[in-house]
Design a protein around this ligand. Structure first.
Ligand code: PLP
Length: 351
């Protein structure tokens, strides 16, 4: 088995010899060059494909630490509100730790693959008739009132574990990229990456801090608008959040790094989602394409120089949301089972 993420970066993480390490061998995800995207953007673009984590999203980086610390503290249950990926990750790591897992999901708004994952990993699922922000309020109440540990990104161990994404990028590139682009939902991940880059700088492992480029969906863009959105709407369900928990930290990451947080429309997100699949062979979920949609938008304004290294965090796997994939793709051609009919419909010509 490849080593647990916590073991690889132990010196940067709040664990002791007594912490039971709960791992599914997360992290160490590919950093892929993206030649087609690079040509379109006019910069050197890389994709950090976090869909390769054990439960198909970056949430596993934080969950390995949050659940390990929950196990160490002796609680019996972990609880979270989720648009789906946090719940899938919590369910899997809690199963591994033999802890009870309770998840609150916004009813009818969770992608199919995430629901399947949560159910198979044995979590107790409550479908809340409300949105993510309302579910998170209830979870905060439960964690303050009962002996259950909240594993949303308000849990500082989630942020600390997610710093490892930044560490891995620097370990491969030898320094920070010029820009890092990513989707922003509850804003824990942009907070974690920025914290990770700064920790690596303190440790002398990085010379250049990247500028952080965060992108919200236009229908769920509270940080861009400067006020909470009470009914957030977007096809990118993982970032369908109207009042981000780490709002202030996301603004600090933006301002300290000299970056920006902007909005992209659902059309732009879906165009980037299709481009990633069909031109780079990277099938991600819609929210994960928001960072790519963002740099394509900025490129139109001549934002990048050809020598700029840009890393896009591809936060989750496409199989999480099969409904959006099928709705976005052309329907297959139906043909009789005849060799000639298939060959001619495909326009193949013999040599
Ligand atoms: C959780 C999630 C996000 C948003 O991350 P935040 O830390 O909430 O900003 C984006 N994409 C995917 C696939 C996610 O699961």
């Amino acid at each position: 088995m490849s080593p647990a993420l916590i073991e690889r970066y132990r010196e940067f993480l709040p664990v002791t010899a007594d912490t039971p390490i709960v791992t599914l061998s997360e992290g160490n995800t590919p950093l892929l060059p993206a030649p087609v995207l690079s040509a379109q953007v006019g910069a050197e673009v890389h994709l950090k494909f976090e869909g390769c984590n054990p439960t198909g999203s970056f949430k596993d980086r934080g969950m390995t630490l949050a659940v390990s610390k929950a196990k160490e503290s002796g609680v019996e249950a972990v609880v979270c509100a989720s648009t789906g990926n946090t719940a899938a990750s919590a369910a899997a790591y809690a199963a591994r730790a033999r802890l009870r897992c309770i998840v609150l999901l916004p009813e009818g708004k969770v992608a199919l693959g995430k629901l399947a994952h949560v159910s198979m990993c044995g979590a107790e699922v409550v479908a809340v008739k409300g949105n993510f922000d309302e579910a998170l309020e209830i979870v905060r109440y439960l964690a303050n009132t009962y002996p259950v540990e909240m594993v949303n990104s308000l849990n500082p161990y989630r942020i600390d574990g997610q710093m490892t994404g930044a560490f891995e990028i620097v370990d491969v590139l030898g320094d920070g990229p010029v820009y890092q682009a990513m989707p922003v939902g509850n804003a824990g991940n942009i907070t974690a990456y920025w914290k990770g880059y700064k920790r690596y700088q303190e440790a002398g492992r990085l010379q250049r801090l990247p500028r952080m480029l965060g992108f919200q969906a236009a229908g769920a863009a509270p940080i861009v608008l400067g006020k909470p959105v009470s009914n957030p709407e977007t096809v990118a369900s993982a970032i369908r959040i109207g009042n981000p928990a780490s709002w202030k930290d996301a603004e600090a990451a933006r301002d300290e790094s000299g970056g920006l947080i902007d909005a992209v429309t659902d059309e732009e997100i879906l165009a980037a989602y299709q481009l990633l699949g069909s031109k780079e062979g990277v099938f991600c979920e819609p929210a994960s394409a928001a960072g790519v949609a963002g740099i394509l938008k900025l490129a139109k304004e001549g934002f990048f120089k050809p020598s700029d290294q840009v890393v896009c965090i591809i936060t989750g796997h496409g199989l999480k949301d099969p409904d959006t994939a099928i709705a976005s793709a052309p329907t297959p051609t139906s043909l009789p089972a005849e060799k000639g009919a298939v060959a001619s419909a495909l326009g193949l010509e013999s040599q």
